[in-house]
Design a protein around this ligand. Structure first.
Ligand code: NAD
Length: 288
């Protein structure tokens, strides 16, 4: 049977290490690392994510500052807040919860965050650093995916990796991280033809499509490692709903290891946000 990788347990271990680093930082500076979380409007899913992130900050000894702005906030007001947060020495990380209300320009807002405080790793400077392999802050979900893979793979050189999805927040950065480890990476997407023929050759599959149970048993070769990033809420015949990943995990007994949904990549994403915040605090320390 395939190993089921316990993302919750891995996330708890990472958060414990992050808490120790946050405590060491606080001992050196007399103040804990600080994360500013900005939420504009009242999107219910965003509310849940923000609440979870703030609760986890507390666990890791990170000081969270919450900014809840009305849905009618203007671009200039939001940019004004980002500039203030960029200038504050007690704020080491800035997270703007996406999606923003439609009238706001996401790209301009994300570009306004100082690259050293960009704990989501979405700023063009950090994207460039990732693609050139020159450090920088790495997006949380891709970082979590690599930490999960590292529990079962020690040497990626020459392995065939297939990434399903090419988004800026998951697919592309995961592909860059796998390339950096010298895997042979194929990036696929909605227009890719005969996707199952491509995945069938893969040693590693990272599924980040948001397409429930897309990856069937016959898509996966025996012994492959499968990381399921997708999360979809699916309506069932009895009127209830169920959370499903991109992989039909019950058909993947012949894989070497798989991640469950929920309880796989999700918990690691938040744990990596905390780790990135402490890393940003340490980068600020080094920059003087
Ligand atoms: P996105 O919609 O921005 O991108 C999806 C990508 O998948 C696109 O490149 C698209 O071409 C491709 N795709 C969609 N359907 C496909 C199909 N049938 N076959 C092949 N490719 C297909 O999504 P995203 O933001 O990258 O997120 C992807 C999924 O991961 C979503 O379900 C999202 O909820 C989930 N997600 C989970 C976490 C986490 O922490 N676990 C974090 C981010 C995203």
């Amino acid at each position: 049977m395939a190993e089921i990788i316990d993302g919750k347990a891995l996330a708890a271990q990472l958060t414990e290490r992050t808490a120790a680093e946050a405590a060491a930082f606080a001992a050196r500076h007399g103040a804990a690392p600080g994360l500013a979380v900005v939420l504009v409007g009242e999107d219910p899913a965003s509310e849940i994510y923000v609440r979870r992130k703030i609760a986890q900050c507390r666990k890791a000894g990170i000081n969270s500052l919450e900014y809840r702005l009305p849905g009618a906030t203007s671009q200039a007001e939001l940019l004004g807040l980002i500039h203030q947060l960029n200038a504050r020495a007690d704020v080491h990380g800035i997270l703007v919860q996406l999606p923003l209300p439609r009238h706001l320009d996401d790209a301009e807002v994300l570009d306004a965050i100082h690259p050293l405080k960009d704990v989501d790793g979405f700023h063009p400077v950090n994207v460039g650093r990732l693609s050139t392999g020159t450090g920088g802050l790495v997006p949380c979900t891709p970082l979590g995916v690599m930490m999960i893979l590292d529990t079962v793979i020690s040497d990626y050189r020459g392995l065939e990796a297939v990434v399903i999805g090419k988004s800026n927040i998951v697919g592309k950065p995961v592909s860059m991280l796998l390339l950096e480890r010298e895997a042979t990476v194929t990036v696929t997407h909605i227009e890719t033809r005969d996707l199952h023929d491509i995945t069938r050759k893969a040693d590693i599959i990272v599924a980040a499509a948001g397409a429930p149970h897309l990856v069937k048993g016959y898509w996966v070769k025996p012994g492959a490692v499968v990381v399921d990033v997708g999360i979809s809420r699916v309506a069932l015949a009895d009127g209830s709903t169920e959370i499903r990943g991109d992989c039909a995990t019950q058909e993947l007994g012949h894989a070497r290891a798989v991640t469950p949904v929920p309880g796989g990549v999700g918990p690691m994403t938040i744990a990596c946000l905390l780790a990135n915040t402490v890393r940003a605090a340490e980068l600020a320390e080094q920059a003087g």
